[in-house]
Ligand binder design. Sequence first.
Ligand code: MG
Length: 376
Amino acid sequence: MNNPPTLSAVVLCAGKGERTGLPYNKVLHRIGSKTVLEQTLDTFTRIPFERITVVVPNAEMQVFEEIIKQYPNVCAVTGGATRAESALNGLLAYRSDIVVIHDGARPYTSKELILRSIASAAEYGSGVAAVRCTDTVKRIDDSGKIQSLDRSRLFNMQTPQTFEYDRIVQAYRTVKELCTDDAEVYERAGYEVKLVDGEYSNIKITTAGDLFGIADNCRIGVGFDVHRLVEGRPLVLGGVKIDYSRGLLGHSDADVLIHAIMDALLSAANYPDIGVLFPDTDDKYLGISSVTLLEEVVKLVRDKYAITNVSAVIAAQKPKLAPIIPQIRKKLASVLGIDISRINVSATTTEGLGIIGSGDAIAADASCILTENNRK
Ligand code: MG
């Protein structure tokens, strides 16, 4: 074995997934802005695998190729008639010292878990993710008699399941019994299976309920801000400088739209607001471009979440904003790192009412949805 060992991964996506009730492969289901498979590959591609082989049904090869072409070092091979055949097809596509085998339908696996399984395989020959059973499990014999099992000795197997490459390939070539996971094949070939701590969040998407469960990973956020309009200041909204006789008063450039968006993002991600993060008593932020602050917020938020969409409204009596809005959306999309279709901005007047209606202030409201991405 090389030091450090060479690494590859096999991601199994060839199952039918009939229990989800979806008319298409469950790994192609979207979670927020990305498919289950993309979420899985986003995590896997953060580890230096020489090759990641995705095993896919022959009939869906084209759809899968469309997805995986965005990732370097990821290739697709077709699956076989059984799980074992599919796994072996994937394994034979690329040889390395250590190979990680993973269910494509487990998008919430963390990078740390994959690394734990690799470290175990490098030391002991195998590293299989497992969590202790939380349910009580009973066995029913042929006569219908129920026997309670000692829960402290029971584990639920997960993936990643990671092995010394040559051993698992030899195991798949020799073991002919029907096995439900790679660890069983390895064990039947006479090798010892080493467990590593799995994660309860590392669920396998199996039923329609699991897909609904994904919605629980979405977080909504709202933000609001208002600044006074004064003479002698530039007007900046959404990072775009607007030609107008007055500008917004504030410690930074007073970009009220970006301030509302930052608070929405921070609120959704459960962080303190911009008043706490960037206090106006700190000279560091005097006259600073709010785009710079937004870049910091985006970095913070994207550590745990994908930005699914942002929606904002600007309340201003003057100037007329409709012609500038496409430019504002374009600028914000680039800073947020999302497609322009995921950021919408509208503008309204307040019909002459209040401090906004008199043209002495501009306000902005923003909402966003973040989706947990498990990219730690
Ligand atoms: Mg503000």
